[in-house]
Write a protein that binds this ligand. Structure first.
Ligand code: HEC
Length: 373
């Protein structure tokens, strides 16, 4: 082998071959057709993702979203005079009277989940984040500057959750005063009241929070919850074991971030419960989230229905019940007659959709027509 052929070999192997190989790889990348869109999955690799050109950035117009989704009820100018006939008038935003809070966060919650017991639908499944942001900003901009809250006796809905203990008024002529009551209000204007004696849920309200009529706090006059009642609990004891009611013990409340929770002990379990507005499809309601620790084996919970609840079966991941015009959905616990059997540990969701007639419930995929109990 000559020196020349050795040099030629070295050049071929170490210089020409890599360059040719690199050219082939480059050509393969450049000439490869874009993958068809249906092959894109959430697990797409970054090189696939990079080949998708992002849509040009078009800002979402709050006015467009408003005109398309809100104006028919709230009016094109926000004066509350829309074209749709409603049994409850929609809000005029121009007056600034927000009963469910006028912080950006409060308006966003209302838009996402609607207002239980009213025609105000939830838009969580209809509007994307950018559209929701835009319409919330648009609605907020329609309202006059917020007057400072002057009435010190009133606990208003703010951007922080509120917890007040005290005497609660009777819920109706059939009810009695509750001396050891508890009001837990969220930033979304949802307030749940409990009787701390047996940690019994009494009623859910939506709207302003409460007024204290008795500043001495010596047990004279009751607190005055201000929101509108959207859901009454029934007379059934909340917790059961071996077919008998068992008393729960109130352990306290915790306020963290934008929600407050209550803690209770029942049997060998500790339950931490919080509530927030929620919706199913566009049906507005609220959800109680119960985090069960310790051991709740054998503990059953009543469906908090004013009228005797009827089981409707399972659909779209929820077990459904109906009591009067209220619809209940349960996740994370098994139905047991007209009660639910708590898991040993875990998270139970109790969704309440108040004031929903059968037609609306059926349209939202709730199996109203077929009782299974
Ligand atoms: C089907 C009719 C209807 C549609 C559509 C509708 N609303 Fe409403 N909305 C209502 C009614 C009725 C109320 C008042 C509920 C009550 O308090 O009785 C309301 C209340 C509200 C409130 C609460 C005001 C307060 O008192 O705190 C906000 C915010 C709101 N709507 C925003 C919107 C936005 C934004 C849209 C569109 C994305 C929209 N609504 C679409 C009927 C509607």
């Amino acid at each position: 082998m000559t020196v020349k052929s050795i040099v030629t070999n070295i050049v071929c192997v170490f210089i020409v071959a890599p360059v040719v190989a690199a050219l082939i790889v480059w050509a393969a990348m450049v000439l490869r057709p874009d993958p068809p869109p249906q092959t894109m999955s959430p697990h797409a690799t970054s090189s696939q993702t990079a080949s998708i050109r992002p849509a040009p950035h078009t800002p979402v117009s709050g006015r467009t979203v408003y005109m398309a989704n809100c104006a028919r009820c709230h009016g094109a100018s926000g004066d509350g005079k829309g074209t749709e006939q409603l049994d409850r008038p929609a809000r005029s935003f121009l007056d600034g009277g927000f009963s469910f809070g006028n912080t950006t966060e409060a308006i966003r919650r209302v838009v996402q989940h609607g207002i239980a017991g009213t025609p105000m639908p939830g838009f969580a499944g209809v509007l994307g984040k950018a559209q929701t942001d835009a319409v919330v900003k648009y609605v907020k901009a329609m309202t006059p500057p917020t007057p400072e809250v002057g009435d010190e006796a009133e606990f208003v809905v703010t951007d922080r959750p509120q917890v007040v203990r005290g005497m609660l008024p009777a819920r109706g002529p059939w009810d009695v005063l509750q001396p050891r009551g508890l009001l837990v209000g969220g930033t979304d204007g949802l307030t749940l009241s409990y009787d701390t004696d047996d940690v019994r849920f009494r009623v859910a309200r939506q709207g302003p929070f409460a007024r204290r009529t008795d500043w001495e706090g010596r047990g004279g006059t009751p607190l005055e919850p201000l929101g509108r009642i959207i859901h009454f609990a029934g007379p059934a004891a909340p917790f059961w074991k071996d077919a008998s009611p068992i008393a729960a013990e109130f352990l306290g409340t915790t306020t963290r971030g934008d929600h407050a929770s209550i803690r209770l002990a029942v049997g060998d379990a500790v339950i931490v419960e919080e509530a927030r507005t929620s919706s199913h499809e566009t049906l507005p309601g609220y959800v109680r989230i119960l985090r069960v620790s310790g051991d709740a084996t054998g503990v059953k919970m009543s469906i908090p229905s004013f009228e005797a609840p009827v089981a409707l079966g399972e659909r779209s991941g929820w077990h459904w019940w109906r009591g009067g015009n209220d619809v209940f959905g349960v996740q994370g616990a098994q139905p047991s007659g007209d009660q639910i059997a708590l898991p040993q540990v875990g998270t139970v969701r109790l969704l309440v959709l108040p004031g929903i007639d059968a037609a609306r419930a059926g349209a939202a995929g709730i199996p109203v027509g077929m009782p299974t109990s």
